[in-house]
Design a protein around this ligand. Structure first.
Ligand code: HEC
Length: 294
């Protein structure tokens, strides 16, 4: 479904359903026989998480997919506390008060859920803040990036858990986290090479071929593409205004004439010059269009 074309109530329903289903699936898996093995359960849950991340990016825009992944994770964490950890504690305490020997399973289950919460803390923070970072959510491999962030979160927590339990100093986790971090940086910038960027039409090729183009691209990316992109990052802008997308070479070339008119010859864009384009940059846009058009 195209969420952008969805009515608000349908959107909210879809949103709540995604979050609810996330918790139910997680809880069922924990209660299944898989739950007897901490490591086995963790691996399966991770697989499910990657699948959810992938699925969400097909259901929502990247920004919304990350926020939903964050909401699912945060819901699991609070439901763990209120629906499993605290109730189990109450059973154990009641048994102790009544002089009965509490069933050890309650403590074991609560401990497993606390461990999950512990591992999820850092990724959930990242996902909640992710909406400010288009390089993370607005790229082809955003779901891989989200999955790696969960791994990094576990690695960092594992380091502190081990250290606080005085069981050693697993510095390898830092190295592994650093390597994953570099992969994330690469995934957020390079993949255009892998996915093959859409080429400008032959008529627009002259604008890409122009000697001015590298400077024009820098100007447009710096002054326009925060609004004019598939996923704008400018506060309050949710769709590329008038469908004008200036975040790729092809997009810029196809719109050469409009860029020339709106930002070169006139000062219509950026609106109220919010992004502080300079007169020199406007002159560059004019020179680029007029010379390439000859
Ligand atoms: C702060 C967000 C923002 C920035 C930055 C911005 N624009 Fe726009 N742009 C808009 C909005 C909003 C509209 C729709 C205006 C309207 O409906 O009249 C628009 C419309 C346009 C249009 C279509 C005009 C039309 O009437 O069809 C073009 C072309 C355009 N912008 C080019 C640019 C260029 C080039 C830059 C950079 C130099 C730029 N914009 C920077 C928000 C922005």
């Amino acid at each position: 479904p195209n969420v952008l074309a969805m009515s608000v109530p349908t959107g909210i329903l879809l949103s709540l359903a995604t979050i609810g289903i996330g918790w139910v699936v997680y809880d069922l898996l924990c209660r299944s026989p898989l739950g007897n093995s901490d490591t086995g359960l963790m691996l399966v849950l991770y697989g499910v998480l990657v699948f959810i991340a992938w699925g969400l990016t097909h259901l929502f825009t990247g920004r919304a997919a990350f926020l939903h992944l964050g909401a699912i994770t945060a819901t699991i964490m609070s439901a763990n506390v209120f629906m499993v950890i605290i109730p189990n504690q109450k059973i154990v305490v009641a048994d102790l008060i009544a002089g009965r020997k509490p069933d050890p399973k309650y403590g074991k289950i609560a401990k497993q859920r606390s461990l999950h919460n512990n591992y999820l803390t850092l990724p959930v923070l990242f996902l909640m803040l992710s909406n400010h970072y288009p390089l993370a959510f607005g790229t082809e491999f955003n779901w891989v990036i989200a999955s790696l962030v969960f791994t990094i979160g576990v690695l960092i927590r594992h380091y502190f858990n081990t250290m606080h339990a005085r069981k050693g100093n697993p510095t390898w986790t830092w190295l592994a986290a650093a390597v994953l971090f570099v992969i994330i940086i690469w995934l957020s910038t390079v993949p255009k090479v892998l996915t093959g960027e859409v080429k400008a039409s032959s008529a627009a090729q002259v604008y890409v071929a122009s000697a001015h183009f590298p400077a024009v691209r820098d100007t447009v990316l710096g002054r326009c593409s925060m609004c004019h992109a598939r996923e704008p990052s400018y506060e309050g802008i949710y769709h590329a205004p008038k469908g004008v997308m200036l975040d790729t070479d092809a997009g810029i070339a196809e719109q050469a004439r409009e860029i020339y008119l709106q930002a070169g010859r006139s000062h219509a864009m950026p609106p109220a010059n919010v992004t502080h384009i300079t007169d020199k940059e406007r002159a560059l846009l004019v020179a680029w269009f007029e010379q390439a058009g000859k």
